[in-house]
Design a protein around this ligand. Sequence first.
Ligand SMILES: [Zn+2]
Length: 676
Amino acid sequence: MTNPFLADSELPHLLPDFAAVRDEHYREAFELGMAEQLAEVAAITADTSAPTFENTIVPLERSGRVLDRVSTVFFTLTSSDTTDAIQELEEELAPKLAAHHDAIVLDPALFARVDAVHRAAVEGSENLDDEQRYLVERHRTEMVLAGAALDEPAKERLRELNQRISTLTTRFEKNLLNDTNELAVHITDAAELAGLAASELSAAREAAAARGLDGWLVTLVLYTGHPWLASIEVPETRARIMAASRARGTRGGEFDNRELVLKLVRARAERARLLGFRDHASVVTADETAGSPAAVAELLGRLAPAAARNAAAEREELGAVTGGPVAASDWAFAAERVRRERYDVDTAALRPWFEAERVLQDGVFYAAERLYGLRFHERTDLRGWNDEVRVFEVRDDDGVIGLYLLDLYTRDSKRGGAWMNSLVSRNELLGHETSIVTNNLNVPRPAAGEPTLLTLDEVETLFHEFGHALHGLFAHARYPSLAGTNVFRDFVEFPSQVNEMWAMWPEVLEHYARHHETGEPLDPAIAQRLRDAERFGQGFATSEYLQAALLDQAWHTLDLEQAQAVTDAAAFEAEALAAAGLADEAVPPRYATTYFAHVFSGGYDAGYYSYIWSEVLDADTVEWFRENGGLTRENGERFRRRLLQTAGTRDPLAAFRDFRGRDAAIEPLLERRGLA
Ligand SMILES: [Zn+2]
């Protein structure tokens, strides 16, 4: 059998042939792929003719096909369905891939050519169109920030640091997955789980059985809280779950992340200094729409005092209901009680109206049909990376635009959280005419024969991730590195956040929210109360988020000496939160340092602020849809053509202006989060 990564897949739309992949194919394809790409780059730099867009940038864009194919599949598996063998290989490969990336972006001959093309583009001596000029700019910036302009000894140190950082981030992720699995809370007496719905209990029973245990198992989610904390009636159980969640990475032994984080932060600070920046956050934001850590600090600082005030006010309110101080583990339960009393909505009792298939077909897909004219057709003949993955063909009025793969359920082999990824991104240079996008969620699997009933939160997550999927499906670029959702990290959440608005939009909600047994629609009065209740709890939500965002900035705005001086991760964390005015025993950060995967293994380092940064654009866009009649084809078309479709081909804020008619205003965000 030949290695399936050596050629394009022959399946429809270039869907990778997951079934044909054996573990041994990965290593071989990675090695061949790296060698192939180095040879391609060597051919570019060996060219003796003067550097041009055609002889430098275009072949660079074409290079690395084998590596791209194997990476796409391999990293899909490391996230969604990993094994011991894959984890081992990932750890072994991480420094090699980092070294390979360095070999290209730090190649002095390549940089000289890219720089020359850039100069010619700026001076106008080479006639390029806007997308081509933008592409040259992006390549040059990426190389400069990677260290291409440094002398050889500095580059040598940079390579060492990159490999070190890569090894540390991979180990962080592995420790977190293992510790999260180990810390799942085992319950042997059903009374301790009183308050959970039957379907949740059976999911917990299945989770226990899957590990050969009696009783029930509460598996942890990525963030500090847990969706079940809102309904479990026994305070001791809630406290156990939260304590387990917060213990991740701090228990000593092989999965402890405390020392590892200090090493990682120091290595990043040293790398920043080599590159001529004060700190890691300065390097990162130089290549974002934010531009600098100061701009980030300004936005976060503007929101923090009001968020802390609102959280404190909520704590008082909850205390009045529970008749005592509210502990962190009791917050969600108490908040749910207040929500029930004040707004007369019981979000836990809504799940029978949120049957997963209806939410998907009659909610998520329906909104996309009304806005963009999309239609979805399940391709049961096609297979994803696991038998649980579903494959849908997506069409608009002009034909098939791509595939959408959905992996809904949680597994021990899947990392926590929810995310979107691209397997193929439409671009003209490689002749990819359609895209393949994937969504992963971590919904607990119901017992056999029972329906999957989602929480309101999971419904919104599905709409959110599908917003990323739409972005990937609509994106249309000529060059691969500008294709798909390859946009700035502090912009990439914007399209997905916007798509969340349709979850509660009256015409959409009434279409999908039907009782799974009776078919009865959700009472419109309840739906209205749900919308009214949305503002409730924003103090807590904003505060826990801002704490995580500020923590990320605090770690990554340390200069090298400061980073070397920190010896206790927990103490540093506590001081940083206190300094921001957000320290509150009852409101822990959404992610604490030792399990903050976004910034210590997920590529959001110095970038967790992005969510609220792009929410400014999101809230203003929601405002625009409201002003212009909401769920219409005309509105969808404008959003698609002026924004989603542009992919990474131009300055995203210019695309936003083009869509909105002006720069984004912050007021809709302040209003939404009750911070005005
Ligand atoms: Zn997202």
